[in-house]
Structure formats: structure tokens, C-alpha cells
Design a protein around this ligand. Structure first.
Ligand code: CAA
Ligand code: NAD
Length: 302
């Protein structure tokens, strides 16, 4: 699929071996959509229990996709799921996994030092043609790429949760990302069925630069006692047409990730009241209430 996408003039030998590093909420979704689109995918996480859970989530999500495509034809549904699953393997060793990779997408914890160290190691191990992308929500791509030599082949590929459903893919370019790499990212995004938009390497890119202040203001409104969180959710769904209210959405995103994002925004703009970290969110994270993934956030989940 991918080979066809890259014209010879681009001289990028990108084929269809994709490595996704970080097997959590986002990494599993990214691996799934790439495997669905016919690419060979290796999903990597340092934690093998995470990988087992992710494989289960991927299979059940593939079933939902397959049932939509093939309605009641159960043998076609099964064949679709098996085909995609057969293209997906897992590993706990990032360095080994990138050795035959054409594209590496990182979706590990939202921590600059950890991401930077990972890419430094991968830069040595991966073939020279391999493109590198981060799925960071709030960190600067340039900062993540600091210790990497292939800066022309490094950019952002920012997906949205749930990855199999959300159509958007933000392609982020730094000053050093080459036009060929941007083009390859756009083409790759299209090949997996996403609509791409391009953004410079600015804080929060497009969506999160607008969404994070909105979600933070919702929690501040709740902290002031202006309204219950349930009523704020109802108001935004029925009054503004959002599919989820801000509290449902923050439970869905994960409050640990949400807190990292708030802290990164605050560090960048320390004097902006919109980005002041929020006590309620910090308390929830300290109590292990991470949202849907831990079974409780603002709401409780089975
Ligand atoms: N895998 C496959 N299919 C899925 C799925 C999954 N994980 N989750 C939902 N679907 C499908 C369902 O099968 C269903 O398909 P049909 O309509 O064809 O039957 C469809 O999606 C709708 O799902 P549901 O009926 O279960 O539920 P819903 O209508 O409430 O939609 C939702 C669920 C798509 C999550 C919707 O509530 C929504 O869009 N929420 C907002 C999500 C959002 O804003 N995400 C972005 C967050 S910000 C971010 O991600 C960036 C960051 O850096 C933090
Ligand atoms: P998550 O906590 O669900 O998953 C992160 C995974 O990375 C964990 O399973 C962890 O074991 C693994 N990991 C940590 N360090 C690692 C390393 N060095 N090597 C390999 N694996 C490692 O987090 P998530 O919600 O999937 O977020 C991942 C990234 O995607 C973050 O950068 C986040 O900002 C971004 N993102 C999140 C969302 C969202 O809605 N949650 C949306 C878009 C982007």
C-alpha cells in the first residue's frame, strides 16, 4: 500500500513495515488502523501485560469495524479480523523492533525526557530511510527530536481517541522536517483512511490548543460550584452539539495524560490563567482515578 504512495521523485524508500511504540490507549488504536489498512505492524510496549490487554482491545475493536463492513456475514467478519490480526505482532524490545521498520510512531508516556531517550536509541538502530513520528499531545516535536540525527525525517503524527473512529490526523512539521517527509506522512495518513491537516510545531497543535483550555475551564467551573459536572456535560452535549461533555471526554482521555498535558501547557505559558494546573485533576490522579482505563474518574465504569 505504502510503496505505491511514494513517488520516485521523493526518493523515500518507505514501504509498509510500521512500528508503533507504546501499547496503551493510543498505540493500540494506531497499530489497529495500520494493520486494517494492510500494513505489517509491530506494537511495542515495555510492559507485556499491557500488550496482552491491547491485543484483546484490538480484536474487539476490529470486530466492531468488521461487523459494520460485513453486516451479518459472519465468515467475512471473521476473515477480516483474522487478516488484520495476522499483520500485527508484538514486542517488548523497541530497539530490536525498529530494525526493519519504515515508519516508527511513538505513543509512549507524555514525558519529554523519556521520549527523547527512546528516539536517541532508535536513531542508532533503525535503517537510515526510516521515518520517525511522535503522537505527543502537547510536547514540542523539535524538543523530542533533539538527540536524533535524522531531523529531516522526524515530525508529528497526532491521532485522536478512539483512533479507529476519529477521522482526523494532524501532521506536524518542525523547521527541519523535510517537505518529502511531510508529504509521505500525509500520503500514509490517507492510506489508513484518515483526513490529514498540517500544523507547525506549536503548543497543542490545532485541536489541543483549543480543546485543552475549554476542558480546563469546565473543571474550574465545577470547582467554583457554578454547576454539577453532570449538568456541564449535558449542557455541552445538548447546547453545543459535542458528542461527549468535557468530563466524559477527560475520563475517556485519561487524567494522568490530561495532567501531563496541563503541566506542559503551564510550563510554556506560566502566566496564562487558562493553563494553571487544576487541583481536582491532580487529586484524582493521586487517588488512581484515571478515568475509563482505571474504572473511575468523574464517573464510574464497569
Ligand atoms: N473501535 C471501533 N469502533 C468504535 C469504537 C472503537 N473503539 N468506539 C466506537 N466505535 C464505533 C461504534 O461501533 C459505532 O459505530 P456505528 O455508529 O456505525 O454503529 C460508532 O463508533 C459510535 O459508537 P457508539 O454508538 O458506541 O458511541 P457514541 O455514538 O457515543 O460514539 C465516540 C462514541 C465516537 C467516542 C463519541 O462519543 C465521540 O466522538 N466522542 C468524542 C471523542 C473525542 O473528542 N476525541 C478526541 C479527544 S482529544 C484527543 O484524542 C487528542 C489528545 O491529544 C488528548
Ligand atoms: P497510555 O498510558 O495508555 O499508554 C502509554 C504506554 O506507553 C504504556 O502502556 C506504557 O507502558 C508505555 N511506555 C512507557 N514508556 C515506554 C517506553 N520507553 N517504551 C515503550 N513503551 C513505553 O497513554 P496514551 O493515552 O496511549 O498516550 C500515549 C501518547 O499519546 C502520549 O504522548 C499522549 O499525550 C498521546 N495522546 C494521547 C491521547 C489520549 O486521548 N489519551 C490522544 C492523542 C495523543
Amino acid at each position: 500500500v505504502i510503496k505505491r504512495l511514494l513517488s520516485t521523485s521523493q526518493k523515500l524508500n518507505v514501504t509498509s513495515n510500521v512500528t508503533v511504540i507504546g501499547g496503551g490507549l493510543m498505540g493500540a488504536g494506531i497499530a489497529q488502523v495500520a494493520a486494517q489498512a494492510g500494513q505489517n505492524v509491530t506494537l511495542v510496549d515495555v510492559n507485556s501485560d499491557v500488550l496482552k490487554k491491547s491485543e484483546e482491545r484490538i480484536t474487539s475493536s476490529l470486530m466492531r469495524v468488521a461487523k459494520k463492513l460485513h453486516k451479518t456475514n459472519s465468515s467475512d467478519v471473521e476473515a477480516y479480523v483474522n487478516r488484520a490480526r495476522s499483520r500485527l505482532s508484538t514486542s517488548t524490545d523497541p530497539v530490536e523492533a525498529v530494525k526493519r521498520s519504515d515508519l516508527v510512531i511513538e505513543a509512549i508516556v507524555e514525558n519529554l525526557d523519556v521520549k527523547r531517550k527512546l528516539f536517541k536509541d532508535l536513531d542508532v538502530a533503525a535503517p537510515s530511510h526510516t521515518l520517525f513520528a511522535s503522537n505527543t499531545s502537547s510536547l514540542s516535536i523539535k524538543d523530542i527530536a533533539q538527540d536524533v540525527k535524522r531531523k529531516d525525517k522526524f515530525g508529528g503524527l497526532h491521532f485522536f481517541n478512539p483512533v479507529p473512529v476519529m477521522k482526523l490526523l494532524e501532521v506536524i512539521k518542525t523547521d527541519e522536517t523535510s517537505p518529502e517527509t511531510v508529504k509521505a506522512f500525509e500520503e500514509w495518513g490517507k492510506s489508513i483512511g484518515k483526513v490529514t491537516v498540517i500544523c507547525k510545531d506549536t503548543l497543542g497543535f490545532i485541536v489541543n490548543r483549543l480543546l485543552v483550555p475549554y476542558m480546563s475551564e469546565a473543571v474550574r467551573m465545577y470547582e467554583r460550584g457554578d454547576a454539577s459536572f453532570q449538568d456541564i456535560d449535558t449542557a455541552m452535549k445538548l447546547g453545543a452539539g459535542y458528542p461527549m461533555g468535557p468530563f466524559e471526554l477527560s475520563d475517556f482521555t485519561g487524567h494522568d495524560t490530561g495532567l501531563y498535558i496541563q503541566q506542559i501547557f503551564h510550563k510554556k505559558f506560566p502566566n496564562d490563567p487558562l493553563f494553571k494546573p487544576i487541583a481536582t485533576v491532580k487529586k484524582m490522579v493521586d487517588e488512581g482515578k484515571l478515568g475509563v482505563k482505571s474504572g473511575e474518574g468523574f464517573y464510574k465504569y464497569n
